[in-house]
Design a protein around this ligand. Sequence first.
Ligand code: PLP
Length: 429
Amino acid sequence: MGSIDNFMELNVSELNEHYVRLKEKYDEYKSQNLNLDMSRGKPCSEQLDLSRDMLDILKSDEDYRAKDGTDYLNYGGLDGIPEAKELFSQVLEVSTKEIIIGGNSSLNMMHDTIARAMLHGVYGGESPWGKLPVVKFLCPSPGYDRHFAICELFNIEMITVDMLSTGPDMDTIEKLVSEDDSIKGIWCVPKYSNPDGITYSDQTVDRLAQMNTKASDFRIFWDDAYTVHHLTEKADQLKNIFAACKSAGNPHRVLMYSSTSKITFPGSGIAMMAASEENLNFFRKQLSIQTIGPDKLNQLRHVRFLKDMDNLKVHMEKHAAIIKPKFSMVLNKLESELGRKNIASWNEPKGGYFISLNTLNGCARDVINMAAEVGVKLTKAGATYPYGKDPRDRNIRIAPTLPSIEELEKAIEVLCLCVQLVSIEKILS
Ligand code: PLP
């Protein structure tokens, strides 16, 4: 197919001609009975293989013992083993007193934090959030669908805030939180954000830490899920928000979360939460009713396997070596198929798990449906926005890690065809 530049400069018959040619290609794919999935950010099997040695790393009785002789085969240790606190406090840049190591899922920890806030309030708060007539959360979007699902479950009203290249739109946020005391929190994926791949600027971090909130019990849910997940040698630097909150006199404002889901095994990793000692003591009391303690053996396996920050870095470089060619392939294809056509834009993430594609307004849903018809599954339309409603119907989240590079190439070709077909329909309508 000859190269076609800016769609906006083509006349009706040129657009129609192009449409027919693209449609033929699309029908060809239809006959191939494809079954390709780019919908969820899961590691591929080669990535999982990187951590296989962890599975039988604990062998002798001595391997199950702490330095002080504590037997990890038995009950004990409500908030995680010291060895895990030592390692992951360095990952999150907090002290060992400011971290709890939990079970297998950070999402679970976030859910439980909100459930407890609804039932019991938060440290220093005046009332359980659930007793208030309305509770609202700020949701920088596009964002992580499962954060929004937690809000929906607890009937927390979500306010969509635009993401800018520096992070969420802080002018809007500062205004909203200063005026409305029912706004109790904000979701943030501050590094290599899901799905935009944006790392918040220092100024954004400072403004979040310093802003005046009408609610005295406002909390930032800082989901640092992709903190060590770099794709390039020159990693993005994220300013330490906890330190910024402390200097701003708001030490209890931030609750930080992360996990090893995309370091070792998703669903069988370990999750962590970091916050002020006061916040954590408040949670520990509730946690002690909920559980006798987390899976210490999995924590131990992780520490023995990941060892220290230097080794963790090497491990993450191995992940990057596997997935970077997939990201590059997607980006090259997007450029060759959609570049200069003026119908789509996308980010080039330096880390994380996603590429975020924006179509012309009003096209994303049709593109996703059209791709599904030929067996290419993408994240549901609207999923990256509160209530599943993308106000501009333009965002498509591409998750390149799971499929093989061959499958991915085909899936992106189909996606690019669909973007062009739907764009032409839109321009001609
Ligand atoms: N937070 C973000 C931003 C994610 O993208 C994901 C998974 O995709 C999670 C949390 C889930 O983490 P976990 O497996 O620790 O529950």
